[in-house]
Design a protein around this ligand. Structure first.
Ligand code: SF4
Ligand code: SF4
Ligand code: SF4
Length: 197
């Protein structure tokens, strides 16, 4: 079992940590699980391309040594600020919390945190987002401190979303119980009214 977990962790680490869904899975970890447990193809990570595919093959054969990989010409998102209407959609979509802004106010990219996943670009309702060259870092490298930070930010966002969902579920459950008790009290009152006649 420990061996399987180690293998899964190695497969996850072999992936670029963009959480971009281009492999058709929700995130890098889901794709790694599908490779290990459901015999999924190893060529679905578009950003990692052949370098990822080759490493995955070695990992599956149990013969891999970790290397450093890179996506050249790494781009980051940019907002045409005067066109942004502050709808907040991009904030919700960004897997690593790399966008800041308030409702109906201009939004901003935290350049240093954007991993270039492109998920926000298509979602902007006024088409004011684009990908531009990242002047301060020309390649996306993994594993690296930056890819680890990207992974950590993604899991923090995921944990927050799960927590919010659980809170909503509890509130809904409480509402249902309140509604049920209200109806039960009303039924009982009607029954008494009828018996007292
Ligand atoms: S980086 Fe690769 S494995 Fe990770 S979500 Fe994107 S396509 Fe999938
Ligand atoms: S800002 Fe856009 S491109 Fe950058 S990480 Fe967030 S969703 Fe991806
Ligand atoms: S999705 Fe587009 S319009 Fe909406 S907040 Fe983001 S950049 Fe602005």
């Amino acid at each position: 079992m420990k061996k399987e977990i180690n293998k899964l962790e190695k497969i996850i680490d072999a992936l670029p940590q963009l959480q971009c869904k281009k492999c058709t899975y929700d995130d890098c970890e889901s794709y790694a699980q599908a490779i290990l447990y459901s015999n999924e193809s190893i060529s679905k990570c578009e950003p990692g391309a052949n370098q990822t595919k080759n490493l995955l093959q070695k990992l599956i054969n149990g013969e891999a040594d970790f290397e450093e990989f890179r996506i050249e010409n790494y781009q980051i998102a940019h907002i045409k600020y005067d066109e942004c209407i502050g709808c907040t959609i991009c904030i919700k979509v960004c897997p690593v919390d790399a966008i800041i802004g308030a409702r109906r106010k201009q939004h901003y990219i935290i350049n240093d945190k954007c991993n270039g996943c492109e998920l926000c670009i298509e979602q902007c309702p006024v088409d004011c987002m684009e990908m531009i060259h990242n002047d301060s870092q020309l390649s996306w490298i993994w594993p690296s401190a930056k890819s680890e930070d990207s992974k950590a930010r993604y899991y923090r966002k995921l944990a927050r979303a799960n927590h919010e969902k659980n809170t909503r579920d509890i509130i809904n459950q409480e509402e249902k119980i309140k509604q049920y008790l209200k109806l039960a009290i009303e039924r009982e009152a009607k029954k008494r009214e009828f018996l007292d006649r």
